[in-house]
Design a protein around this ligand. Structure first.
Ligand code: SAH
Length: 253
């Protein structure tokens, strides 16, 4: 079966701090069988390596084309959305998706022409919190609680398989929203925009210009974020502090 488009080229598999070169090779093979070939490695312990080539079983093109980076931020350059795969829920407050749900979200992004990253952690320690914080959602393969951790390349295989199924156009349930919390309602959003407008005024952001256009742009930005009530309270807090500091600065003058 073929995927009749260049969509697979928009997906990159990012392996972070991989300890065993054999796993890099197996991951390359897993990707290649599902039609993916863009691999990015972040600080691999050993690469290139004979073990990686042996385990790739012919998927040498994936290994040869793999980008090697010092940090995750570099490896993610150009991507619009990143999914962090993790066996355990970490301290990071990210929406949690199954591989199938993530594949639907990822495909929707790719169909908009956006590059997508699937990020996998180190064999022993997984993804660190600061690495997950660079992702937009966490993907957990629903393994059993008392033995939840798959081999790295097998996790790559599961995710690559679900992406391929999605690309092949299987019927999938419509993806859930990225935020589990319901978004704030229109009235709460209006109060927030009023507060934002007032604060921008207080810190002299407008400098005599009409605030209409900037407010429309800011609205677009914040509507897209679909903030929940708690997030809105946090932003009100930040605005209130900015107003307080502006007032202090004004009094000093
Ligand atoms: N103890 C580590 C396990 C690392 S396994 C942890 O808790 O994360 C290596 C990588 O394989 C993980 O970082 C993750 O990217 C992927 N992986 C393994 N099991 C997974 C699962 N059940 N769901 C999602 N990703 C998984």
């Amino acid at each position: 079966m073929t995927v009749a488009s260049d969509l697979p080229g928009l997906f990159r598999f990012v392996l972070v701090r991989t300890s065993h070169p054999g796993n890099i090779g197996s991951a390359a093979r897993a990707m290649r069988t599902m039609g993916f070939s863009r691999m990015n490695l972040v600080a691999p312990h050993r690469f290139p390596d004979r073990e990686a080539s042996a385990m790739a079983a012919g998927a040498d093109d994936v290994l040869e084309g793999a980008g090697v980076h010092d940090g995750l931020v570099d490896a993610l350059a150009g991507t619009r959305i990143a999914f962090g795969l993790s066996a355990r829920r970490r301290g990071v407050n990210l929406p949690e998706l199954t591989p199938r749900e993530a594949a639907a979200q990822a495909l929707a992004a790719a169909e908009r022409g956006e590059e997508v990253a699937l990020v996998f952690g180190n064999e022993r320690t997984g993804l660190e919190n600061d690495e997950l914080a660079r992702c937009h959602a966490m993907v957990r393969i629903p393994s059993v609680d008392d033995f939840s951790s798959l081999n790295l390349s097998q996790a790559v295989q599961v995710m690559a398989y679900e992406l391929r199924i999605a690309l092949l156009g299987e019927k999938l349930p419509s993806p859930p929203p990225l935020n589990d919390e319901p978004p704030a309602d229109a009235a709460q959003m209006e109060r927030f925009y009023e507060h934002l407008l007032q604060t921008l005024d207080d810190i002299d952001f407008h400098k005599g210009r009409a605030p209409t256009m900037i407010m429309l742009r800011l609205r677009k930005l914040f509507q897209r974020a679909q903030m929940d009530e708690r997030e809105l309270r946090m932003l009100h807090g930040i605005l209130a502090d900015a107003q307080r500091m502006a007032k202090l600065a004004g009094e000093k003058k």
